[in-house]
Design a protein around this ligand. Structure first.
Ligand code: C2E
Ligand code: MG
Ligand code: MG
Length: 760
């Protein structure tokens, strides 16, 4: 049975151990030439000790929509370099020698041929001699530290172009092999039977070698139909269909096996490979084939040559063939508007679990079995390709409508209802499928692949084991996310983020205990943007850490002068929101320590806010991290408490100072008894465990009074003050610092202001 662990799945872009494998939103995964422009999308590997360097390089690559695997040197063991087959690798020059040399050796795996992977070194601003040592070591370029985003981007662009050249070379190489194949066909071979059919008349000419193949005299001027009589009945229809597809122009080459019975009754297995001859308008005129007897060793394929066309594991079409068919279908559909087609992109749900738990051999068997089933539901005119890993693509031609395309997907999914037999035991697998339907608005064939892939991710998001059709809305989302990613990258470089401050008030004396620091993005055209609109994407891009740091450093710089000027007792503190990625970084504590020292603050002056899930999903790391934080006297709040993890045991395990009761409970507590009970329970829990309770999102007087009655320690919310920029926070401090009850002063001031506005 295939296990169904929901945590580890490539398709969910889940981390493997500590590695982060960030697939871009449209998850091109090394696709060569998809996407909206001509540049290739590459599989990239980034290796460095320095997390900041990694995250900068990784996000720059990601913004350019490359697939990135990034890790520290000690995590390299966990990476299947050969499987990953990176096309661009950026490696720290300071890795231990053996590790670096070994890695470079593995990347340039084919010593005699042109390097398939370009390897760049990250090294300190260096002298000429060091640069030449770097190049001698097998690197092909150097990124000098400190890394400048603009310079890094420029180098990436250069290497994209070089990679593009390699890919074009590869394609040219494949074309060359095809031409070579044609040449062989026209020259004939010793034992091979040549076969030349006029596809308009059905007339067929056979070479003299056919006599040997069949073991008796063969009529050399014949017809395709008569020749088919020589083919074993079981294979006949399949071969006829292949020839028909070629005749209809749906296939431009032919390859397959079939059996014949010789005159002496022996069964022989033949391999047929053929190419078409077309006129200037692209109409197919003739099919010329070579038939080889492969009975003795029917697996004796010329692998290097067929690999370019056929996936060796599943014997499905290769990417080269897929792209060729896709272009052909695209050109045909564009020329003859009534010949639309569909692209179906699917992968196996949780396939990584199969490999991880049952081993790669079983994984391979599953892929082969799946390939057979997919083949069985496709028409001969459809192209079925293994796109890579567990991904498959079907180019289905003459598909009139989305309905036709979804019915193919329906058939496909139906096939997976029957279990697979792997090594004697039964296993179920499911797939998620994305469908993109050609329409005249498409300007490039590759864009259909991209959209089908995006639709597949939508199918995954919707719960897997289903299909989704790419539509305009998805297109708009993809475009918007790409724009947001570009904007964010630029915004980090230009430091467009700033802290806003929202007062936190203690209810016992009504005094201001501090501010929660909330990031705002000063967007050049959209104005101030709230974090809910970007922090999630920034997390996925790996740049949330940089945003957090910009905001936190600015807030820390701001806090000390306020403490000195207003001398509140106890001194005011700030609460900083910490993104998941930042919490996972080992150097978080040392960086905070550094910031505190630079700003003249103590650990007790700041608190970190993390969500329950961050702690629970990383318990080991969290324990070590929290120990270090408490050694520095830095407090920890659980943000959005009550919305996350259900086990409360962790409250005892970790050193937590406060629980921030989530806005959703506070906002409903007056009207909704359940919410009120949840708030009451959290307050009791906090009291019993000696944790401070803070209610966030207080919007009304009624809520405030109710929270006071329940015994909540601290409050924050629009009713008291909205998050505000530093100058307004300073004004607020100025107004309240001498008053006995800050809360009262704030509320009275607000009342007066409102009345003034009303009067005005
Ligand atoms: P959070 O930490 O739970 O912050 C509270 C959110 O509630 C803030 O939204 C705040 O403006 C809003 N809020 C406060 N009082 C009220 C109220 O009375 N009514 C309503 N409706 N909302 C109220 P904001 O600023 O949009 O931040 C949203 C979330 O973004 C934050 O939730 C936090 O998780 C995250 N965030 C904010 N700043 C940062 C940052 O610097 N780094 C990271 N990683 N995340 C941040
Ligand atoms: Mg918060
Ligand atoms: Mg919150």
């Amino acid at each position: 049975m295939i296990p169904s662990d929901s945590s580890a799945n490539k398709a969910e872009r889940a981390p493997k151990g500590n590695l982060r494998r960030n697939d871009p939103p449209d998850a091109q995964r090394g696709r060569n030439a998809a996407g909206g422009d001509q540049r290739p999308l590459l599989r990239c590997l980034v290796v460095s000790h320095d997390v900041d360097v990694r995250s900068l390089v990784e996000s720059m690559l990601k913004v350019r929509r490359h697939t990135v695997t990034s890790c520290g040197p000690d995590e390299l063991d966990g990476i299947d370099i050969d499987g990953l087959a990176p096309q661009l690798a950026i490696i720290d020059w300071r890795l231990p020698d053996r590790l670096a040399l070994d890695l470079i050796g593995r990347l340039h795996h084919d010593p005699g041929s042109a390097p398939t992977c370009q390897v760049l070194a990250i090294a300190e601003e260096n002298s000429g001699s060091e640069a030449s040592a770097i190049l001698d070591a097998g690197y092909c370029d150097v990124l000098s530290e400190p890394l400048e985003p603009a310079a890094v981007e420029a180098r990436i662009r250069v290497h994209e172009q070089i990679a593009g050249q390699f890919l074009r070379l590869e394609k040219a190489f494949a074309d060359l092999h095809q031409s070579h194949e044609r040449l062989l066909i026209s020259c004939g071979g010793q034992a091979d039977g040549m076969w030349d059919a006029d596809l308009r008349t059905g007339e067929l000419v056979l070479s003299p070698e056919w006599d040997k193949l069949i073991g008796g005299p063969v009529d050399r001027q014949t017809t395709v139909d008569r020749w088919l009589d020589l083919v074993d009945e079981e294979d006949r229809d399949r071969i006829r269909q292949l020839i028909d597809s070629v005749a209809r122009g749906e296939l431009h080459s032919l390859e397959g096996h079939y059996r014949v019975f010789r005159a002496d009754g022996a069964s022989r297995r033949l391999l047929v490979r053929g190419e078409t001859v077309r006129d200037g308008a692209g109409e197919t005129l003739r099919l010329v084939c070579r038939h080889t007897d492969v009975t003795e060793d029917h697996l004796a394929f010329d692998e290097p040559r067929t690999n370019l066309l056929i996936d060796p594991l599943t014997r499905l079409a290769s990417r080269t063939v897929l792209l060729d068919r896709l272009r052909h279908a695209f050109a045909r559909a564009s020329r003859m508007k009534d010949k639309p087609f569909a692209v179906l992109f699917f992968d196996i749900d949780r396939f990584k679990n199969v490999n991880d738990s049952l081993g790669h051999l079983v994984g391979d068997k599953l892929l082969m079995a799946i390939a057979d089933r997919v083949r069985s539901i496709c028409r001969p005119s459809d192209t079925v390709c293994r796109f890579g890993g567990d991904e498959f693509v079907i180019v289905a031609e003459d598909v009139e409508s989305v309905r036709d395309a979804t019915s193919i997907a329906g058939r496909l999914h139906q096939e997976f209802q029957v279990p697979f037999t792997l090594d004697g035991s039964e296993a179920y697998a499911t797939v998620s499928t994305g469908i993109a339907m050609w329409h005249p608005g498409y300007d490039k064939p590759e864009n259909l692949l991209r959209d089908a892939d995006n639709a597949m991710y939508r199918a995954k998001e919707l719960g897997r084991n289903r299909y989704a059709v790419f539509d305009e809305k998805m297109h708009a989302e993809v475009v918007a996310t790409l724009e947001l990613e570009n904007d964010l990258r630029r915004a980090v470089a230009r430091k467009e983020f700033l802290p806003f401050y929202q007062p936190i008030i203690s209810l016992d004396r009504g005094n201001l205990v501090g501010f929660e620091v909330l990031a705002r993005w000063r967007h050049p055209t959209r104005g101030l943007v709230r974090p809910t609109e970007f922090i999630h994407v920034a997390e996925e891009m790996g740049i949330a850490v940089q945003i957090d740091r910009l905001v936190a450093e600015e807030a820390c710089r701001q806090l000390r002068p306020w403490q000195v000027q207003y001398r509140l007792d106890p001194p005011i503190s700030i609460s900083l929101n910490i993104s998941t990625t930042q919490f996972l970084q080992l150097e978080l504590v040392s960086r905070i320590d550094h910031t505190l020292r630079q700003s003249g603050l103590y650990g007790r002056d700041i608190k970190l806010e993390v969500t329950e899930s961050v702690l629970m999903e990383n318990t080991e790391h969290a324990t070590a991290m929290l120990d270090q934080l408490s050694a520095l006297d830095i407090g920890l709040s659980i943000d959005d408490f009550g919305t996350g993890y259900s086990s409360l045991a962790y409250l005892k395990r970790f050193e937590i100072d406060s629980l921030k009761i989530d806005y959703s409970f506070v906002s409903r507590m007056i009207e909704d008894v359940d919410s009120m009970e949840i708030v009451r329970t959290i307050v009791d829990l906090g009291r019993n465990l000696g944790k401070t309770t803070i209610a966030e999102g207080v919007e009304t007087d009624a809520q405030l009074e109710c929270l006071r009655e329940l015994g909540v320690d601290q409050v924050q919310g629009f009713y008291i003050a909205r998050p505000m920029p530093a100058d307004q926070a300073a004004e607020l401090l100025d107004r309240i610092h001498l008053s006995r009850n800050h809360l009262q002063t704030i509320l009275v001031d607000r009342l007066v202001e409102e009345q003034n506005i009303d009067l005005g």
